[in-house]
Design a protein around this ligand. Structure first.
Ligand code: PHE
Length: 359
């Protein structure tokens, strides 16, 4: 049936029809599909190729050449059209993800509930969390106090019962500043130095929380940032007991995380508190039932706490015979991570507006 003439006369129409189909596939995805159908193993051109064996042997070469020619013509056409389609799809994606920060207008300090429009700027998730923590403690009768981020060795370590060369300093990988004699000025590794400043200067009693930025010589990973935030709590008054501390932590837990959320203490060690504890709260993700976030335990470790060590009172000029107190501290970023189920903390530093605008 087949002869070289019918092949030759079928080709132009076949190519034209194929080109039309390619032109009609306007988005990249359907274009790729059409390209495969028209140039691949199951294409009409391939089918035509398969008929070559039915031709007279003398005609096979020429007919094959004609088919190849048509195929490369079509392939070239498809190639240039594909580049256009790719450029277009790229443009569309860039357009969709386009960020013009000059379009972000200063909105209310916090975007209204349910308002996720990028056109309104709002506080970073960590600062929102810090605000909420401050509000919670203010409602419980605490003052909010801040201290410097560049500290001296005295405030960050020595007054906190860690004389030079004390092995417990190794609990904090410290970044030192080239100021004064070597290793005397540093970026605070925790908010506890603000306790010292408060005890040195304030009138007693003290009921205060101290939020702020801290620094450690840590490589960023899913659970560590070299720059992070803590909030410290300090109570110093006459007759303050360990029971008061447990009660305050429990009251905070209920008020911040909501009804039915509880806290518990485990023994631990800090040089500036004695006795010391770690405190855990009901896992905010599963409500205590056990999930991946809390490794099935129902509890999340939040921070450290303990009764102020008499040596700290002595260093700050408070009479340990008359006063007692407790302190606690925990990471704000870590809390934000747990509450919003962030797999990796580093997104908090990326400043990618697609992340930021979710909160
Ligand atoms: N400063 C401690 C830390 O960074 C936490 C803490 C604060 C522990 C107050 C006890 C009392 O790990």
């Amino acid at each position: 049936m087949t002869d070289i003439e019918s092949i030759r006369s079928a080709l132009p129409q076949l190519v034209e029809e194929a080109k039309r189909q390619l032109r009609d596939a306007t988005d990249l995805e359907s274009f790729v599909e059409a390209e495969r159908a028209l140039l691949g193993k199951r294409s009409p051109l391939a089918a035509l190729n398969a008929t070559l064996k039915d031709l007279a042997p003398a005609d096979r070469g020429k007919a094959g050449e004609a088919i190849n020619e048509a195929r490369s013509q079509l392939a070239e056409f498809a190639g240039s059209l594909r580049r256009e389609r790719e450029a277009e799809s790229n443009r569309r994606r860039v357009d969709a993800e386009r960020l013009d920060l000059s379009e972000i207008t200063a909105g209310p300090r916090r975007a209204p509930l349910g308002f996720s429009d990028n056109a309104v700027g709002h506080l970073h998730l960590v600062n929102q969390t810090r605000d909420e923590l401050e509000d919670t403690f203010i409602a419980m009768g605490f003052d909010v106090v801040e201290g410097p981020e560049a500290e001296t060795d005295w405030y960050n370590f020595e007054a906190l019962n860690m004389p030079p060369d004390h092995p417990a300093r190794g609990m904090w990988d410290t970044l030192y500043l080239r100021l004064g004699s070597p290793e005397t000025v540093l970026l605070r590794t925790h908010t506890s130095p603000v306790q010292v400043r408060l005890m040195e200067s304030a009138k007693l009693p003290i009921y205060a929380v101290m939020p702020g930025r801290c620094y450690r010589r840590d490589t960023p990973d899913a659970r560590h940032l070299p720059v992070f935030h803590q909030i410290e709590g300090l109570v110093v008054d006459e007759g303050i007991t360990f029971g008061d501390m447990a009660g305050v932590i429990e009251a905070f837990t209920e008020s911040f995380f909501g009804e039915g959320m509880h806290s518990r203490l485990r023994p631990s060690f800090f040089p500036f508190t004695e006795p010391s504890g770690e405190f855990e709260v009901t896992c905010p993700i599963c409500g205590g039932g056990g999930c991946r976030t809390c490794s099935g335990s129902g509890w999340i470790e939040l921070g450290g706490c303990g009764m102020v060590d008499p040596n700290v009172f002595e260093a700050t000029g408070i009479d340990p015979e008359r006063y007692s107190g407790f302190a606690f501290g925990f990471g704000i970023d870590r809390l934000a991570q747990v509450r919003t189920s962030l797999a990796d903390m580093r997104v908090l530093l990326d400043n990618d507006i697609r992340f930021l605008s979710q909160f």
